[in-house]
Design a protein. Structure first.
Length: 182
């Protein structure tokens, strides 16, 4: 029974951390994560002795989610829907997971741990762009570097104030898609 309780506590801590990081950033106090999880601070630290370990665990979930989304896009038979879905999902993550994206995409050891997954996602983007080009749904001359430049533009907007970022990121994602589509 204790193992099930411990697993449940750990799962609650991770879920609470995911929400707290998204709402208040990675520097949210650990006691606030514990409060949101409904556990004591000692229980939180028993599962995650450092903030870095907790951030890495939550990031690993997000990276796994991205992998699932990318594999789903690769399985999609409609090249435009697959590529545009990846761009829209990327933009949505910039809006809703700002702090986690900063940890993943910024400098630091936590994000560096996911280099192989990021390379895998980059290879998938190459395939999605190649399929879209072959299907004739991309504007002449658009290549994967253009799509990456659009994603970088979207990612750079995650630092805008939260009050305007959702609107601006959504608008730029729409402009990127309109700009690459034939």
């Amino acid at each position: 029974m204790r193992r099930a309780d411990a697993r449940s506590n750990r799962d609650r801590v991770v879920a609470a951390a995911r929400e707290a990081f998204a709402a208040a950033g990675l520097e949210v106090p650990m006691r606030e994560v514990a409060r949101r999880a409904g556990v004591g601070v000692a229980t939180l630290y028993r599962h995650f002795p450092t903030r870095t370990e907790l951030v890495a665990t939550v990031l690993a979930e997000r990276v796994d989610d991205c992998g699932v989304q990318v594999r789903r896009a690769l399985d999609d038979l409609d090249p435009w829907r697959a590529l545009s879905g990846v761009v829209r999902e990327f933009a949505d993550r910039q809006i809703h997971d700002r702090a986690l994206n900063e940890a993943l995409l910024g400098p630091g050891e936590v994000g560096a741990a996911f280099q192989e997954e990021r390379r895998e996602h980059a290879r998938a983007l190459n395939v999605l762009v190649a399929r879209a080009r072959a299907a004739g749904v991309l504007r002449d001359g658009v290549d994967v570097d253009d799509v990456r430049a659009g994603l970088l533009a979207i990612a750079s907007l995650r630092r805008l104030p939260a009050t305007t970022s959702a609107r601006v990121i959504g608008r730029v994602a729409g402009l990127v898609l309109a700009g690459i589509r034939a």
